[in-house]
Ligand binder design. Structure first.
Ligand code: FAD
Ligand code: NAD
Length: 475
């Protein structure tokens, strides 16, 4: 008789969601966590980064208050106060992810490193747990690039960045993805000099039309963006650290943050003992997130490498995975993972958001007959009134008007992204959005206006005008 119905390795966003569902259904659950409950999102990821961005925005709002006729002195940054705010946000959310809460749900929480011992056995804390089903949700860690000299210099990752006792004097950031850009803007607004070195283009998976305003905003915040540039070495410097670029430029800074991507936390899991196959991208699963080589085992969150889709590192993907695993593993219902309507948002100011594929993704995938609809956010009354106008809603639709992808940039587009997730995910016709009554004045009106652009040319066409003219003559 197995000791547990469901064994979950990792109490991050993915593992916690799976454990909550399984325990809620009355199953015997063992949840293994060797580090902090809540994993990256709570402790070193989403929560501290958004808390730091909020502090930075407060400073920036004070600097820009003169636009409203309010003159304030240059804000004084109390770094200890900023850190207290970040720590306070984590502490306020922590009870949701706590050992006590999960024990209360009926799960057995084992604070130890877990590893597979057999196809259906996990060892942790000196005990063996015979399981019916296991979910590997061990997450990912920052990639440490093979940069010559890196072992000689102190460097930061998101795991150490939020513990700095002082605001960095000059923060060098390697990588201009979501982590690099969010942290660049946050630190620049809080008083650091910031230089980002990006080997390709910043947030390069996003739509170039949407990237442009982010690039301009970061430059306005004083961030130096070096794109299409590689660092070839690093070395100690009197300032702290130096990065040598491929053209020979020597950049010096007080701190170096590495933000060049994620790698699955496979080490120590002993997946081979359970015949669970993994690639350098993660645990290989089918589209129901079930291991292709051990059908008792599933993978969720950053560590999952679903065939044909690859890993995605987002907290909302962790929830999506957990719901799908519940369907497939617990209810034995058909389940097939799709990222067709997946939203992703980089929380710079302005935000950049992508829901589903970009126009370039669709064209590269061979889609023809695409129509691109645009609605500029500088015509949005609410944003104009708030002195924040600027940005774009760009929709890519097929011949029949089916919405395939939405690319957004501007203030408030993070909150607008949910509309497009619903539209694409539920395959709602564009007319639903174009015909919706949106509250005035909101940024969301731009979503409706962009959708309306599909119908306007047809509505105002000469034949329709002729019919309306004829109808007007009727008694
Ligand atoms: C700076 C930053 C900002 C981010 N911002 C956002 C954002 O705004 N929005 C968003 O959607 N996503 C964001 N992300 C991504 C998001 O944080 C991750 O996608 C998410 O946290 C992954 O959750 P997970 O459960 O897969 O892994 P994790 O959170 O890493 O959890 C895995 C857990 O497993 C434990 N573990 C590992 N191996 C073992 C073992 N052998 N035994 C026991 N325990 C083990 C680890 O200690 C860890 O606690 C951000 C990430 C970073 C780094
Ligand atoms: N707002 C959010 O949802 C959010 C925020 C932060 C992180 N995340 C998640 O975490 C993941 C990891 O974030 P990330 O920013 O570290 O990785 P990333 O893979 O998204 O971006 C890394 C960037 O570094 C560049 N790069 C790679 N090697 C380089 C090198 N040697 N020198 C210079 N540049 C180099 C890449 O071209 C890329 O632009 C994200 O992809 C995302 O899934 C999400």
């Amino acid at each position: 008789m197995p000791d547990v119905d469901v064994a979950v390795i990792g109490a991050g966003a993915a593992g916690l969601s799976v454990a909550a569902i399984a325990a809620g259904l009355g199953l015997r659950v063992a949840l293994f966590e060797r580090g902090r409950m809540g994993g990256d999102c709570l402790n070193t990821g989403c929560v501290p980064s958004k808390a730091l961005l909020a502090a930075a925005k407060a400073a920036e709002d004070a600097r820009r208050a003169h636009r409203f006729g309010i003159r304030l002195p240059e804000p004084e940054i109390d770094w200890d106060g900023v850190r207290a705010h970040v720590a306070g946000a984590i502490a306020a959310i922590a009870p949701n992810d706590s050992e006590e809460r999960y024990r209360g749900m009926g799960a057995m929480v084992v604070r130890a490193s877990a590893r597979f011992a057999e196809r259906d056995v996990i060892e942790a804390g000196g005990r063996r747990f015979h399981f019916r089903r296991a979910v590997v949700a061990a997450g990912s860690s920052p990639v440490i690039p093979p940069l010559p000299g890196l072992s000689e210099v102190p460097f930061l990752t998101h795991e150490t960045l939020f513990d700095l006792p002082e605001c960095p004097g000059h923060l060098l950031i390697l990588g201009g993805g979501p982590i690099g850009l969010e942290m660049a803007q946050a630190h620049a607004r809080l008083g650091s000099r910031v230089t980002v070195v990006e080997s390709a283009a910043i947030v390069g998976r996003d739509d170039p039309e949407c990237i442009r305003p982010v690039r301009e905003a970061l430059a306005a915040d004083g961030v130096t963006l070096l794109e299409g540039t590689r660092a070839v070495a690093t070395e100690p410097d009197v300032d702290g650290v130096a990065l040598i670029l491929e053209d020979g430029t020597r950049l010096t800074g007080t701190h170096l943050l590495l933000a060049v991507g994620r790698q699955p936390r496979l080490a120590g899991l002993d997946l081979e003992a359970a015949a669970v196959q993994a690639s350098p991208r993660g645990v290989i699963t089918d589209r129901s997130l079930r291991s292709v080589s051990n059908r008792r085992v599933y993978a969720a969150g950053d560590i999952a490498d679903p065939e044909g889709l690859g890993p995605r590192a987002f907290t909302h993907v962790c929830s999506q995975h957990a719901a799908l695993i519940a369907r497939a593993m617990l209810f034995r219902l058909p389940a097939r993972l799709s990222y067709d309507a997946l939203p992703r948002v980089t929380y710079t100011d302005p935000c950049i958001a992508q829901i589903g594929p970009t126009e370039a993704d669709l064209r590269a995938g061979g889609h023809t007959g695409l129509t691109v609809l645009r609605w500029p956010l500088d015509e949005n009354d609410r944003l104009v009134a708030e002195g924040r106008a600027g940005g774009l809603v760009k929709l890519t639709v097929d011949r029949k008007g089916k919405l395939l992808g939405a690319s957004l940039v501007g203030p408030g587009v993070d909150e607008m992204a949910g509309i497009f997730t619903l539209m694409i995910g539920r395959r709602l016709p564009l007319s639903v959005l174009a015909g919706a009554v949106m509250p005035y004045p909101t940024a969301q009106e731009a979503a409706k206006r962009a959708a309306g652009e599909f119908f306007t040319p047809k509505l105002l066409s000469p034949p329709v005008k002729r019919v309306v003219g004829w109808l007007m003559r009727l008694p």
